[in-house]
Design a protein around this ligand. Structure first.
Ligand code: COA
Length: 131
């Protein structure tokens, strides 16, 4: 991992069953941001999004980030429940209207949505404590 962004892919055998995109810099809150979490419908509610999120959090903590964020559609109750259960809280930003063309899974998609930004504190040790 490392660099400016990371694509995490969950596999079951040779089948990709979910993914998450992590942007390490330039996120809305100035902390790493998890984006584009998706689990193949037949594999949902088996903890795959939870595992992808935990992997992103582990890597962020390993890179000494104290927080990680994500945005979900205001209408996406499933995502809200998943992330509340994982300890994410409202970041205190105003809901963000997003309009225009975005790239999702490599394809341009027209969006008109309102995002809620969430944030989670990570359990990481400042680098200076290791010396
Ligand atoms: C949201 C999404 C990523 C969740 O993936 P997942 O692998 O099913 O999530 P998990 O299995 O890790 O879910 C953990 C918990 O979230 C909650 N949850 C997940 N799916 C749920 C559902 N359909 N209804 C209610 N709660 C749900 C539950 O609390 C679940 O734990 P439980 O199964 O023990 O009750 C998946 O539904 C998805 O790909 N949706 C379409 C894309 C999307 O909305 N992405 C989110 C962008 S922020």
């Amino acid at each position: 991992m490392g660099g400016h962004q990371t694509y995490l892919v969950a596999w079951e055998g040779t089948e990709p069953v979910g993914h998450a995109h992590v942007v390490w810099a330039g996120g809305k809150l100035g902390v790493p941001e998890i984006q584009d979490v998706f689990v193949v419908p037949a594999h949902r509610r088996r903890g795959i999004a939870t595992a992808l999120t935990a992997a992103a959090e582990r890597e962020a903590a390993a890179q000494d980030h104290a927080r990680i964020s994500l945005g979900h559609s205001i209408a996406n109750d499933v995502a809200r429940r998943v992330y509340e259960r994982l300890g994410y809280r409202n970041a205190g930003l105003d809901p963000e209207r997003v309009q225009g063309t975005v790239l999702m899974r490599g394809r341009p998609v027209e969006v008109d949505d309102t995002l809620i930004h969430l944030v989670k504190d990570l359990d990481c040790r400042p680098r200076e404590l290791d010396t």
